[in-house]
Design a protein around this ligand. Structure first.
Ligand code: MV4
Length: 450
């Protein structure tokens, strides 16, 4: 039984994990860099250990410091949160080799999903629809023109070790194909230490729709429906909602059943997310995330489940204790990511938070480690808060969101709250009529380049 969890993260997710632990009667150990000594997750945890200087590579990514902190504090499990080491299979393996429980999937499953070619091949064999493509790596020695002609232009070249959009090349004309493969491959080698690239049909105007799953270590798995994460800028999501405004109950049940069954066949354990592109009524798998995600609260809002609580129960070896028919979806939830960035230029805006007033009331949730007087350090991600609201319907949810955004005051630093206020009043957003390119087009139209 897990009695003490070391939280290998910072910010709002560290606090989120601490809260779940304390509700379960589990003690917490915070870790922090020297820049985070005054952080809220450190103040609230039962114990804390300084693991190194401000740069993440010397602290939150420092495996030896984390293992030492877990050892000296007598923790029996480590929760990695998101980002940092959360999808590092070697870290998960080292954690287990030192006798700690890794609150997440097995190193084997993290490794499979970390390689996009292997991930795609694996899930395709389990009956999940994937984007038509090369079915394996493409090299300059292959008949890549033959492959591309068969797939049909436009095509996209992606790095197998990639994710998050790095090193992708869209090819619209066969004359540029060879160069695109070489460029993608050398960028992949430089960025991920893996030169393998693969080819896919390029979808022009998809939505990004992902399905949340939970699987225990006893052969049970459920899906918790989808999240629509299409509103993004430079591969950073800024607004997520559940359910998607465009997915029917039948589509949800069909795809959800396929992915939950795939988890059982895979022997997957823990929380996971299957990412799809959705276009013209069809879903196409692109990647699987083997961690808790930033946007998990929208799923919690519409299902009533505590996903971090479930992660810990699963890591403890407990059974899910419910089946798909017990999962019900109620209402609509939207999450706005509040970044400490200028709302027009998106320049990071670290500094001291002066006045701080959070919205409240029925069905309003704020996940944040901010407090008045807190100094946002410049060394980490600019996400400082998440505002999550729900309503019985999407329109009720949007009204509550507009009201909550009005109430939210964060003085002293720039935030993207004003952008969210615009979005919550935008007619396309209100109609749910957007795709993965919508936000960047909207921003470009607002700020002409000359
Ligand atoms: C694609 C695509 C269109 N067609 N694959 C970007 C990040 C990586 N996870 C996958 N990405 C994409 N893959 C095919 N075959 C368009 C994107 C894409 C994207 C996907 C999800 C969310 C935002 C995006 C923004 C630009 C491009």
């Amino acid at each position: 039984m897990i009695k003490k969890v070391l939280i290998a993260n910072r910010g709002e997710i560290a606090l989120r994990i601490h809260r779940a632990c304390h509700e379960m009667g589990i003690q917490t150990v915070a870790v922090h860099s020297t820049a985070d000594a005054q952080a809220k997750h450190v103040r609230l945890a039962d114990e804390s250990v300084c693991i190194g200087p401000a740069p993440a590579k010397d602290s939150y990514l420092n495996v030896h410091a984390l293992i030492s902190a877990a050892t000296i504090s007598g923790a029996d499990a480590i929760h990695p949160g998101y980002g940092f080491l959360s999808e590092n299979a070697d870290f998960a393996q080292i954690v287990e080799e030192h006798g700690f429980i890794f609150i997440g999937p097995t190193p084997h499953h993290i490794r499979i999903m970390g390689d996009k070619i292997i991930a795609k091949e694996t899930v395709k064999a389990l009956g999940i629809p994937v984007v038509p493509g090369s079915d394996g790596p493409v090299t300059p020695q292959d008949d890549f023109h033959g492959m591309a002609d068969k797939i049909g232009y436009p095509i996209i070249i992606k790095a197998s070790g990639g994710g998050g959009g790095k090193g992708m090349q869209v090819v619209r004309d066969p004359s540029t194909l060879e160069d695109a493969i070489r460029i993608a491959s050398s960028e992949a080698k430089a960025n991920f230490g893996n030169e393998q690239v693969f080819m896919e049909k390029y979808l022009e105007k998809p939505r990004h729709i992902e399905i949340q799953v939970l699987a225990d270590q006893h052969g049970h798995a459920v899906h918790l429906g989808e999240r629509d994460c299409s509103l993004q800028r430079r591969h950073q999501k800024i607004w997520e909602e559940a359910p998607s405004p465009v997915i029917s109950e039948q589509q949800r049940n069909e795809l959800g059943t396929i992915v939950a069954n795939a988890c059982i066949k895979l022997g997957y354990r823990g929380a996971g997310t299957f990412e799809f592109l959705y276009e013209d009524g069809q879903f196409y798998f692109i990647e699987m995330n083997t961690r808790i995600q930033v946007e998990h609260p929208v799923t919690e809002m519409i299902t009533g489940l505590d996903l971090v609580h479930e992660q810990i129960r699963i890591a403890n070896g407990e059974k899910l204790g419910y089946s798909q028919k017990d999962i019900t979806f109620i209402g609509h939830a939207i999450e706005c990511r509040i970044n400490a960035e200028h709302p027009q230029t998106f320049a990071p805006s670290p500094g001291i938070v002066k006045d701080y007033h959070t919205p409240g009331g029925l069905r309003v949730r704020v996940d944040s480690a901010l407090y008045s007087g807190y100094k946002i350090p410049p060394h980490y991600d600019s996400l400082i808060a998440k505002l999550i609201v729900m309503g019985n319907t999407r329109q009720e949810c949007l009204r509550r969101l507009r009201r909550s955004l009005e109430e939210y005051i964060i003085d002293g630093v720039h935030t993207i709250i004003p952008l969210h206020q615009e979005l919550a009043r935008n007619e396309d957003v209100i109609a749910g009529d957007y795709n993965i390119h919508w936000l960047e087009k909207y921003l470009a139209a607002k700020t002409p380049t000359e």
